[in-house]
Design a protein around this ligand. Structure first.
Ligand SMILES: [Zn+2]
Length: 284
C-alpha cells in the first residue's frame, strides 16, 4: 500500500510544475492591471453575487444535461442555490478550454475585506468522459467500472466533476486570502530551489517555506484536490443512495482513499458516517 503512495510522491516534480503552471494563471489576475470589462465589473459592483453561466451555444445542450444531473440531488440543489443567491461572490461557469475531459477553477478575486468575490469554473467540453487517476481522484475514478456496466451514465460522471469543482470554490472561500497569496508567492521559489538542490525536500530553506505556507507544494495541491473529491463524494452519496450498487461504489472509494490518501481519510469518512445508507456499508 505504501509503495503506491510513495510512487505518487516520486512524481513530485511533475506535480510541482503542474501546480506552478496553474498558480501562474491565477497569480496574474489580481495585479494584472488589465482593465477588462469583467475586472471593472468586479471592482465597481463587488456586491453582485450569483452564478453567471457563460456557455457557448454549441455546448448549451450538453451543459444543461450535466447541470440537470447535478441538480437532481438535494446537495447539488442546495449548493447551487447557495451560490445563486450569494451576496457578493460572483461564480462564473463556462465550457471550453484545452482540457476537454477535465475541469478547473480559478480567476479568484478578493475584496478589501478579504472575502472571495469572484471565481470561475471552466468545464471541459467532454467532462462526461474520462476518469482521472485513483491516486488523487479516488471518487471520480471509482465510477469507471459502473459506467462500463451501464449502471451510471456519462452525465453522472460530468455532474461529479462539477461537484468536485464546487468543492474547490467552497474550500478557497474558507482559505484566508493572505495564506493563498503567500502560497502563490512561495510556491515558485520553493520549486526553483527544489529543482536545483537534487530534489531534497529536507533542505532547511524548503522546510521553512513549507512551514510558512502550510505544507510543501504537493501537500497543498493534494489537500485542495481531496477537498474537491470530498464534495464529489457528497454529491454521489445523494445520487446513488437508492441504487443497489451504492455499497460497492463506496467500497471502491474507501479502498482508494486508504491506499493513496490515508492522511486525508477523515474528511471522506465523515461524509460516509453522515448518512444512514452509507453507514450500513462497510465504511464505519
Ligand atoms: Zn480539482
Amino acid at each position: 500500500m505504501k509503495i503506491c503512495a510513495r510512487l505518487g510522491r516520486l512524481l513530485l516534480p511533475t506535480f510541482l510544475i503542474a501546480l506552478a503552471g496553474s498558480q501562474a494563471v491565477n497569480a496574474q489576475e489580481p495585479n494584472s492591471g488589465r482593465n477588462t470589462v469583467r475586472d471593472r465589473y468586479a471592482t465597481s459592483k463587488p456586491e453582485a453575487g450569483g452564478i453567471h453561466e457563460s456557455i457557448p451555444p454549441k455546448y448549451a445542450k450538453r451543459y444543461q444535461e450535466w447541470k440537470d444531473e447535478f441538480l437532481s440531488t438535494d446537495i447539488g440543489k442546495a449548493q447551487w442555490e447557495m451560490y445563486s443567491h450569494h451576496p457578493y461572490l460572483q461564480l462564473t461557469i463556462t465550457v471550453g478550454g484545452k482540457n476537454a475531459e477535465g475541469a478547473g477553477t480559478g480567476k479568484y478575486k478578493w475584496n478589501e475585506k478579504g472575502e472571495l468575490i469572484a471565481a470561475t469554473i471552466m468545464l471541459g467540453e467532454r467532462i462526461n468522459e474520462g476518469y482521472p487517476s485513483a491516486v488523487y481522484y479516488p471518487v471520480m475514478n471509482a465510477l469507471e467500472p459502473f459506467e462500463t456496466r451501464n449502471l451510471i451514465s456519462g452525465n453522472v460522471l460530468a455532474a461529479t466533476k462539477i461537484a468536485h469543482e464546487f468543492g474547490h470554490v467552497m474550500k478557497i472561500s474558507s482559505t484566508p486570502h493572505d495564506l493563498y497569496h503567500l502560497q502563490l508567492q512561495l510556491v515558485p521559489q520553493y520549486n526553483k530551489i527544489f529543482l536545483s538542490n537534487g530534489y531534497n525536500v529536507n533542505d532547511p530553506r524548503l522546510v521553512e517555506m513549507a512551514q510558512k505556507m502550510g505544507g510543501n507544494p504537493v501537500e497543498i495541491w493534494e489537500d485542495r484536490e481531496y477537498w474537491g473529491e470530498a464534495n464529489a463524494m457528497l454529491f454521489l452519496r445523494d445520487r446513488v443512495a437508492k441504487e443497489k450498487f451504492h455499497c460497492r461504489l463506496f467500497g471502491k472509494i474507501k479502498r482508494a482513499v486508504e491506499e493513496y490518501a490515508k492522511d486525508y481519510e477523515e474528511r471522506f469518512a465523515e461524509i460516509a458516517k453522515s448518512q444512514g445508507a452509507l453507514y450500513s456499508c462497510s465504511w464505519k
